[in-house]
Ligand binder design. Structure first.
Ligand SMILES: C[S@@+](CC[C@H](N)C(=O)[O-])C[C@H]1O[C@@H](n2cnc3c(N)ncnc32)[C@H](O)[C@@H]1O
Length: 354
């Protein structure tokens, strides 16, 4: 298996080389990280492109020795310039400015041995070229420790399931289920009497053309299906025994292998802000939900607390802000019915339009 840095720089070189001549400016990360990353990126360009690229891939450390701002905040935009931001340096340097938002490429660089592309501007590459493999790489590195790190949050999932109005007999999809932290509470809510167990998968057609789509099996026992993009997350879910209370399915929320109007409730914890096109993603969630069904967008911490944990400041207009989420949902077949953003819970509930 190639080193992660090799995979990432090869992908970037592939999408950037045809755009020459241009200047690539790398900033962010720990001291020295930008220069080291720029050198690896320059070396990844095909030989024919190197003549200009070696000189043009610059690793910066920010004005003032990088102590108070990102160079990306102060550079004048130019069409022949690509800004690459390494997320994960000393927090105070980048938290206030627009550097990260101006960058066409954002790399998660908290572990320099495991860089992951988190944003690649659509003008550089189709999202399908990078999103799936990079998301999987991002979450694969976190799967084994996920429950150890966040295990204390379990009671918040139980409460969120209660607030979402999950009832006996419901079909619930936990999309982006990760290690399945919500699954025991969901299974308990749909089948308080565990004797019938989890129903086996059944197959149906979906309007999105997905063949072999999972369909609802109506019955008093209800059913819970956990779906996730990252195989390592589902492996961790199985190891934690969560395959005993739900079906676990490898699937992309943007194109679910699920028949139309199957779900009574969609539970989506920590998912929506990871989708590259939230409206398209929310439409796909609407497709698989019956009219009148519920979408619960949840996180076990509030938005401000989550941003602080990642060394970010909240900005207006982010997809999960109240002013943005309502219109996003309205454009994708949902009606926002409640919105709560408190320190130990983010929970937005929406109803599928009839
Ligand atoms: C922040 S984690 C949350 C995991 C879990 N819901 C929890 O609350 O512990 C986000 C999860 O969404 C998954 N994910 C990201 N993009 C996805 C997509 N397009 N389709 C399905 N799952 C996705 C990731 O693999 C990861 O497991």
């Amino acid at each position: 298996m190639p080193e992660r840095i090799t995979e990432v720089t090869a992908l970037l070189a592939e999408v950037l080389a045809p755009r020459a001549p241009l200047t690539v400016i790398v900033d962010g990360g720990d001291p020295g990280a930008a220069a080291a990353f720029a050198a690896r990126l320059a070396a990844a360009f095909p030989p024919a492109a190197r003549a200009w690229n070696v000189d043009a891939v610059l690793g910066l450390s920010g004005p003032g020795g990088g102590m108070f701002d990102s160079a990306l905040n102060v550079l004048e935009p130019a069409t022949d310039q690509i800004l690459v931001f390494l997320r994960g340096g000393p927090r105070h340097r980048f938290a206030e400015g627009d550097g990260e938002r101006r960058a066409q490429v954002v790399i998660d660089h908290r572990d320099p041995d495991w860089p992951v592309i988190r944003h690649l501007h659509q003008s550089l590459a189709d999202v399908n070229r990078w999103y799936r493999s990079e998301s999987q790489a991002f979450f694969a590195a976190r799967a084994a420790d996920w429950d150890t790190k966040f295990g204390d949050d379990m009671p918040r999932y139980t409460e969120a399931v209660r607030l979402a109005g999950v009832h006996p007999g419901h079909t619930v999809l936990d999309i982006g289920c990760g290690t399945g932290r919500a699954l025991p509470a969901l299974a308990e809510a749909v089948s308080p009497d565990p004797s019938p167990g989890v129903l086996p998968p059944v197959v149906a057609e979906s309007s999105s053309g997905a063949s072999g789509a999972l369909a609802a099996a109506a019955g008093p026992a209800g059913r819970v299906i956990g779906l996730d993009l990252t195989p390592d997350m589902l492996t961790a879910a199985r190891r934690a025994g969560r395959g005993d209370c739900a079906d676990l399915v490898l699937a992309d929320a943007r194109q679910l292998p699920v028949a139309d109007a199957v779900a009574d409730v969609i539970f989506a914890a920590g998912l929506v802000h990871h989708l590259p096109d939230p409206i398209a993603g929310l439409r796909e969630l609407a497709r698989v939900t019956r009219p009148g069904g519920t979408l619960a967008i949840f996180h076990p911490t509030g938005r401000a607390e989550l941003a602080a944990r990642h060394g970010r400041v909240l900005r207006p207009g982010e997809p999960l802000s109240e002013e943005r989420l309502g219109p996003l949902l309205a454009d994708s077949g949902w009606i926002l019915t409640s919105y709560e953003d408190i320190p130990d819970r983010f929970l937005a509930l929406a109803t599928r339009e009839s």
